[in-house]
Ligand binder design. Structure first.
Ligand code: SF4
Ligand code: MSK
Length: 628
């Protein structure tokens, strides 16, 4: 369809987005907002969770006004339908993160076997630490340790005796709460496949029972697949340390070969980073008239290489199409997740080469170069070579890079935060106890064209830091906050007096970037560390989470494992559950008495901040700390 002239006035708070959307309109190119507009009105039954197409006796719908059908053909009522739909979302999100984690484990194994040239064991301290958690002998050589660890991690996916190993990081009080509800996750694949089994027609038809398995599947991701992805990525590519970088579309360079790295996995992108420093390829780029080879990230692959290598970030989810519309991109290299199927079409409107790299993630109009741990290094080089050769095909008349880069500091793994604090989390706890820092909030998640891009992220974050709440961010939120200048140490000026003083004494910003979406496990790990240090369960901490602009199944999973881990979570977009008052009540209220945490839904970032501030102060009171 043709792009609309008068579409959504307020698509974004970001000037680079607005300028490139206007260029798209001028050039007659369709973007996500045009397609969103064309979908209006979106299906009200689906929005409420009251449609089902699980089997071909359907599809079925339930009338929310009580006048039409109240059961599907099989007899499923609104509660069953809504619970099943949400549960399948959560299972899909858990599968996505966890399959990503599996790719890392397989690469770790290949490295240990000496079959993955280009990859190496980078953080040997973390390798030993994680290996010890899995009972691997400490006196083995690193390769042997990595091999044993990889085999142990593979077992986490299948049928194993007992529960996922990383759950042992949690306070006993949390594990006791899970035991009462039978929530402790067993094998990762097991929980996901059991969730799909239970939601087949004619299996689990108790909405509460279905939702409990959804939480267990989410926990299999949070304390399983995603956590494995983070820890193994650190072992292979290094645990992030604070690093200065830049953000927004201005990180693309007019006079250089631009390569965009997009998706979620670091496996291919790290090899592209390596190849881009190859003197031969740099010389070739110069021979073709480019001043260099410039890499830029998008979405969570961008977060991975930003956190570890300082590669600048071009943008978040809603920028992916616009990045191509700059006309300045020689190649976009994607792996998987959050990659719009429209990109091939858009790339073909310019000289841009669009490369897919995973056999499980192919796209229309893409060139496919298949990744394996064995060929990763050669693939990285080939991708950079092709991009360099493509520079001559760029049409300078169509190039527009409408922004200057914004500075940011990133790379705040738990290890980096503890190092900044002088080697222990003690000073952070002291600042919380003294009330200088009231608490912490993980602000995470995607963009969604239903919300003005980055409005929710930035305004919620600003309100929280102004109230002396330290913000930890990941995913697309991290890009939004960096673009708003909140990741420079000077942003401490925007914080309340207590947080400002702490940030200034440590030289850190009030918003700490903890990584990609799988790296939300760094946040729950940090909560477990702090709870352990205080001798309490996580739900007693003055912490909260928010996903102001979420869209994906993975975000639903993250929210579920956050709540099941004891973290109050505020969503900015309503999940499709309102068709069942019983399910809605369970999520907003019922879970709290069992898990000490619950969901809230609040699209207005100011009101969401008020909810979080109130929650943090309540928790402070519960711990006997001063409360406002
Ligand atoms: Fe309809 Fe039941 Fe089949 Fe769903 S599972 S499509 S409600 S018959
Ligand atoms: S999930 S946070 S849209 S990248 Fe990482 Fe995708 Fe952004 Fe959600």
């Amino acid at each position: 369809m043709a792009p609309q002239d008068t579409l959504i006035d307020n698509i974004s708070i970001q000037p680079d987005t607005l300028a490139l959307k206007e260029k798209a309109r001028r050039e007659g190119l369709e973007t996500v907002w045009d397609r969103f507009h064309a979908q209006q009105p979106q299906c009200g039954f689906c929005d409420l969770g009251l449609s089902c197409r699980i089997c071909v006796m359907g599809p079925c719908r339930i009338d929310p006004f009580g006048e039409g059908p109240q059961r599907g053909v099989c007899g499923a009522d609104a509660d069953i339908m809504v619970a099943r739909n949400l549960a399948r979302m959560v299972a899909a999100g858990a599968a996505s993160h966890s399959d990503h984690g599996r790719d890392l484990v397989e690469t770790l194994y290949a490295v240990a076997e000496g079959k993955a040239p280009g990859y190496k064991l980078t953080d040997l301290e973390k390798l030993s630490r994680i290996a010890a958690e899995f009972g691997v002998a400490a006196d083995l050589a690193p390769e042997a340790q990595a091999r044993e660890l990889a085999l142990a991690l593979m077992e986490e996916y299948g049928i194993k005796k007992g529960f996922l190993q990383f759950t042992k990081r949690l306070p006993q009080a949390r594990l006791d709460k899970w035991a009462k509800l039978d929530l402790a996750p067993r094998g990762i694949d097991r929980e996901i496949s059991e969730m799909l089994h239970r939601t087949h027609m004619g299996v689990d038809n108790d909405a509460v029972n279905i939702l409990l398995q959804a939480l267990r599947s989410a926990l299999a991701d949070g304390w399983g697949g995603s956590m494995i992805a983070t820890e193994v990525s650190d072992i292979l590519f290094g645990t992030p340390k604070p690093v200065a970088s830049q953000v927004n579309i201005g990180v693309l360079k007019q006079d250089q070969v631009n390569i965009i790295l997009h998706g979620h996995s670091p496996l291919v992108s790290e090899m592209v980073v390596r190849a881009a420093a190859d003197p031969e390829l740099l010389a070739r780029a110069k021979a073709l008239g480019a001043q260099g080879i410039n890499l830029a990230g998008l979405c969570c692959t961008g977060n991975e290489v930003l956190m570890r290598k300082g590669i600048p970030m071009a943008g978040n989810h809603l920028v992916q199409e616009l990045a191509l519309i700059t006309g300045a991109v020689e190649a976009m290299v994607v792996d998987y997740q959050c990659i719009m199927p429209s990109l091939g079409d858009l790339a073909s409107c310019y000289h841009t080469l669009f490369y897919t790299t995973y056999d499980k993630a192919k796209f229309p109009k893409a060139k496919h170069l298949s990744f394996s741990p064995e060929n990763g290094a050669a693939l990285g080089r080939e991708l950079v070579f092709q991009a360099v050769e493509n520079f001559a095909r760029r049409d300078p008349k169509r190039v527009s890079i409408p922004a200057s880069p914004q500075a940011q500091v990133t790379g705040f793994s738990i290890e980096a935060i503890v190092a900044a604090l002088g080697g222990t989390p003690g000073p952070l706890l002291d600042a919380v106890k003294a009330g200088q820092i009231r608490g912490a909030a993980g602000v995470v998640g995607c963009n969604n064209p239903k919300i003005t891009q980055d409005y929710g992220h930035v305004n919620l974050t600003r309100a929280l830091i102004a109230a002396d709440i330290l913000v930890l961010d990941t995913g697309c939120t991290a890009v939004a906050n960096a673009k708003a200048g909140l990741k420079e140490p000077q942003a401490a000026e925007l914080a309340g007096p207590g947080l400002k003083a702490v940030c200034q004494s440590l030289g850190i910003p009030p918003v700490l970037h903890m990584g990609s979406c799988v790296d939300n496990t760094r946040i729950i790990n940090l909560c477990a560390v702090l709870a352990g240090a205080l001798g309490v369960d996580i739900d007693m901490l003055p912490v909260a989470a928010a996903a102001p602009e979420w869209y994906s199944e993975k975000a639903a999973t993250i929210a579920c494992y956050a709540v099941a881990s004891g973290i109050y979570t505020v969503l900015g977009v309503t999940p499709p559950v309102l068709g069942s008052p019983a399910v809605t009540d369970l999520l907003l209220n019922g879970l709290e008495s069992h898990l000490g945490a619950k969901f809230a839904v609040e699209p207005d970032p100011g009101k969401a901040a008020a909810l979080i501030i109130r929650h943090v102060e309540e928790k402070r009171r519960g711990l006997g700390l001063d409360a406002r």
